[in-house]
Write a protein that binds this ligand. Structure first.
Ligand SMILES: NC(=O)c1ccc[n+]([C@@H]2O[C@H](COP(=O)([O-])OP(=O)(O)OC[C@H]3O[C@@H](n4cnc5c(N)ncnc54)[C@H](O)[C@@H]3O)[C@@H](O)[C@H]2O)c1
Length: 329
């Protein structure tokens, strides 16, 4: 089932206050699609909605809603609110995009942090699917678009960097979405599902993930907050990896966090706007798996080619780096 055009449709976007979600809202609205966007950060999503609406063609409506997707009652309230504000009894597209990082180590990270990350990244997607599936069925040609990650098929970020809560949730999102392919074919053929697996996309996810834990931006953190974000175990790992000098002060750690967020956003191979375009092109084409970025395609190919070497990083990427370097091809 391809989508000829988004014009005249109604889309739901979670996590619309920043990054890929914000760009999805902007691009959908510019293409004549009405959008209901939600975010944990009500101010940010209100700005997204206002600017997207101002630039949209006549007839489009863009609304913003405060909602924590990990809380089912809030998701249901968001659904009721948007149906009323858009005077609709169906939705055509649902982008379950909201997500955070955190809960890196199952061994050492605080349990609340692990479970908070899992709750947003998995239960948020699940609650939205529960809330919106009947409305996608009512659309007659609905599309559910769930955002996973390369960490939905490869549970690592590389040597010395555990990523357990995020990977567990993103594997769940990918597994759920794949399982829905056949379920929808049999039981709700008027709806299809797509799973998005981005590689590195330039967004503020590092700072936003800290904000979702109730922390300020890195430059405004107290020494105690910096120590909470980078506890002694993680610090030792960073020193071993050469990312931090021995005996680094709290201020060195703070500066490192500021740099990591800026570099993650500014040195990515794909921008948030480019990622949104790739996602919308994928939805339009009828794809059920949407890889975003050459890095995502490379990791996908490498893990499939050498599943046993998935966590032996040098071996996994040996051929890939030769290919990327133009040698030995
Ligand atoms: N940026 C990347 O490199 C990358 C790679 C792979 C996957 N992803 C995934 O893409 C999605 C979008 O990420 P992004 O990079 O655009 O991040 P982002 O931080 O720029 O945007 C995510 C938005 O989600 C919101 N959010 C967080 N928790 C929420 C909650 N409980 N309820 C509602 N909104 C919430 C944040 O406030 C933020 O506005 C996420 O699911 C992320 O895991 C990102």
């Amino acid at each position: 089932m391809t989508v000829d055009s988004f014009t005249g449709k109604l889309a739901v976007v979670t996590g619309g206050g920043s990054g890929m979600g914000r760009e999805l809202v902007r691009q959908l609205a510019a293409q004549g699609c009405s959008v209901a966007a939600c975010d944990l950060n009500a101010d940010a999503v209100a700005v997204t909605a206002a600017t997207a609406w101002a630039a949209a063609p006549p007839g489009v409506r863009v609304t913003s809603h405060a909602c924590d997707v990990s809380d089912e009652a809030q998701v249901l309230r968001f659904r009721d609110e948007l149906l009323e504000q858009h005077a609709s009894d169906r939705v055509d597209l649902v982008f379950s995009n909201a997500g955070i990082g955190g809960g890196e180590s199952f061994v050492n990270s605080p349990r609340e942090l692990w479970e908070r990350t899992f709750a947003i990244d998995w239960w948020g997607v699940y609650y939205c699917a529960r809330a919106f599936l009947p409305l996608l069925i009512a659309s007659g040609e609905g599309v559910l678009v769930n955002t996973s990650s390369v960490n939905g098929f490869w549970a690592a970020l590389g040597p010395g960097v555990p990523n357990t809560a995020y990977s567990t949730a993103k594997f769940a999102v990918k597994g759920f979405s794949e399982a829905l392919v056949e379920d929808l074919r049999v039981n709700a053929p008027q709806v299809r599902v797509a799973v998005v697996m981005p590689g590195h996309v330039g967004t503020d996810i590092v700072a936003n993930s800290l904000r979702a834990r109730g922390l300020p931006d890195p430059e405004h953190m107290t020494d105690a907050q910096v120590e909470e974000v980078i506890p002694p175990g993680a610090r030792a790992g960073l020193i071993r990896a050469g990312a931090l000098a021995e005996g680094a002060s709290a201020d060195d750690l703070r500066q490192m966090l500021v740099r990591v967020n800026a570099d993650f956003r500014d040195k990515a191979p794909v921008s948030a706007a480019e990622a949104a375009t790739i996602i919308l092109d994928g939805v339009r084409s009828g794809a059920w798996r949407i890889l975003v970025g050459e890095d995502a395609k490379m990791i996908d190919a490498a893990v499939r080619a050498k599943p046993e070497a998935a966590y032996d990083y040098a071996e996994l990427f040996s051929g890939a780096s030769r290919r990327a370097g133009g040698r030995n091809t």
